[in-house]
Write a protein of this length. Sequence first.
Length: 443
Amino acid sequence: MSTSSNVDDFSTDSRQVPKPFYLRLGFQIFAGIVLGLALGFIAPKAAVQMKVLGDIFLNLIKTIVAPLVFLNVVLGITAAGDLKSVGRIGFKALIYFEVVSTIILVISMVIANFSDVGSGLHLVSDAAQTAAATATYGKSADMSFSKFLLSMFPHSFVGAFAEGALLQILVIAILFGAAVLALKPEQRKGVEAALNGMSDCFFKLTDLVMKFAPLGAFGSIAFAIGYSGMAAVISLGYLLLVMYASLALMVVLVMGIILRLYGFNIFLFLRYFKDEIVLLFATASSESALPRLIEKLQKLGCSKQSTSLVLPTGYAFNLDGTAVYMSLCVLFLANAYDIHLTLEHQLGIVALMMLTSKGAATVSGGTFIVFAATVTASGILPVEGLPLLLGINRLTSQAVCICNAMGNAVATMVVSKLSGQFDPRMMREEYSRALGRDPNAAI
């Protein structure tokens, strides 16, 4: 009796002792950003050399993401117990992705047209510059649906992981999960235990890698400022302003309304994920926060099954921030070179981009690479304008990846609740623990 009481007292005391602010990951990452900004402005040449720190951190994250996605998708399928349950969750997720992506695409196209980004530059397309840009960004690309469909299936099991091809990893994981479900109960139990053990190990590895996040943030920000300085920000400031305002609108208003419809609060949600938002801003890579999002969404009440299926799939199919980026940049290039695009042209180009961008948003700079290749293939927009956008790519990527990641986290919450895979009691307790709220207060 007394032992139990002592344990309870110890647990209560542990919860009441807050971690010193300087030991919190969010503060350390923020400090890294501030120091990186300072170095970038004071000593640009030295700051450029710090890029290696950001690259090392992103490389460490990339080594974790592919196996973690594979393990969690497989475990999500096995947790469902049968493929019908997996299909129900997957179908709801894909419907959600399509509806929300379409809404955001339409809104961003309207904003792009009314904001008139790129107007007034009156740039002239030059044949020599076009040839140089084509050589840099690619001569052409087959953007057909059959080509996209073929790219989903890997040439080898190991190759998909080596290349970090998220769509291919998802396909392998789904097939592997189905194979595990087909095993005899005694065989399946052993395989599931091994997979769970490996998953736990990779989460521990994630915790270790995250200790390097402040250094990664410092290196990435220092390089961005040291390399581009304020020139890129000034020359394309209006585009950045419109893009940041549009992305904030999508997160707070569109996603806020969606969460409210299902009984959630967007501001509590964003506060809970503040450390991940800071990390996303520092690294400009949606991939950097994926392991932590998987872990924290489960703590917030989403089942392991729904989190493991919806979140990784969303990273490949639900690119809300990318939709905003592409809409604004298409109009920016068209207006900068005085090219009139009809509504059909605009929708056709952006729809093409949304098709070819699947699975690219997790990588830092992936959105721009896809944008560049598709502009080259479209034959309508001047490819020599791409370096203009490359100059501010780092600044745009920081906001785009936040919108992408938060959009997928919102999708996981909604689909979990729609599928009966959500525990509101866990959410209240987690908000209480992490945000210091009364667990009985309205969410």
